[in-house]
Design a binder for this molecule. Structure first.
Ligand code: HEM
Ligand code: HEM
Length: 186
């Protein structure tokens, strides 16, 4: 465990935060775009890329969760109790969705009879049987959960910007990859 009085997130936590933020936003956008494409080689290619990116997000989220459990984040900055509770609840819900969204996508692929082969070389096991009725039942849940994740991200980003520009506290600075330059004393 890291001491609770550190002033920034650890470099690995910061790297994973921003890498996963970009990967999740791109995967969400590709998911929306490919959904409406007519059957074509391009649609097939995008489906595969989307699945590979999603499985990579799942694996990195597992690493992130393990790191988070082993390293205490910086102590909460002073703020009203309801904001602290809302921030913690949002972060916990985001962590839950990092697993639920890709796992439900994976289950849908298996049920639809398209097993996932990561990067075209690593076949993943099917943890549900190929079954059309099951696939039809699972499919809307992948989208619903992905939209819930997107809505929480919007709340999360809004809160981060409010802390930075309205409250003018260090919330964003301690998750930002670069340290603010030290002001020279001379
Ligand atoms: C965090 C990771 C992921 C995000 C944010 C995400 C997001 C999305 C979104 C927004 C859609 C469009 C849904 C709709 O319009 O109803 C979609 C579709 C889809 N996703 Fe994902 N997804 C992720 C991971 C995965 C994974 C890991 C797989 C499979 C291994 C997967 C398989 C699919 C499939 C097959 C569709 C197309 C469903 C269809 O329209 O037929 N996704 N995804
Ligand atoms: C898909 C996009 C994003 C996701 C999924 C996401 C997710 C998360 C999660 C789960 C945490 C908790 C970290 C932990 O304690 O382990 C976190 C922290 C944080 N995120 Fe994001 N984030 C995203 C984008 C952003 C963006 C765009 C910003 C800035 C505008 C931002 C600013 C922050 C800040 C400042 C913290 C630290 C909060 C604190 O110290 O209480 N995030 N993020």
């Amino acid at each position: 465990m890291t001491p609770a009085n550190v002033s920034r997130y650890s470099p690995l936590a910061i790297a994973l935060h921003w890498l996963l933020a970009v990967a999740i936003i791109v995967s969400f956008s590709v998911g929306l775009y490919m959904h409406d494409l007519p059957l074509s080689p391009q649609r097939l290619k995008l489906f595969n890329w989307h699945k590979w990116a999603g499985i990579t997000i799942l694996a990195l989220s597992a690493l992130r969760l393990l790191w988070r459990l082993a390293h205490r984040p910086p102590a909460d900055l002073p703020m009203p109790g309801w904001q602290r509770r809302a921030a913690h609840a949002t972060h916990q819900a985001l962590y839950l969705l990092f697993f639920l969204v890709p796992l439900v996508g994976w289950a849908y692929s298996s049920a639809a009879g398209f097993p996932v082969v990561v990067y075209g070389v690593l076949p993943l096991p099917d943890f549900v049987p190929a079954d059309k009725a099951l696939a039809d039942a699972i499919k809307p849940w992948h989208g619903r959960l992905a939209f819930t994740l997107a809505a929480l991200v919007l709340v999360h980003v809004g809160a981060a910007l409010k802390h930075h520009f309205v409250d003018r506290d260090r919330t964003l600075a301690r998750m930002w990859p670069l340290r603010a330059p030290k002001v020279s004393q001379s």
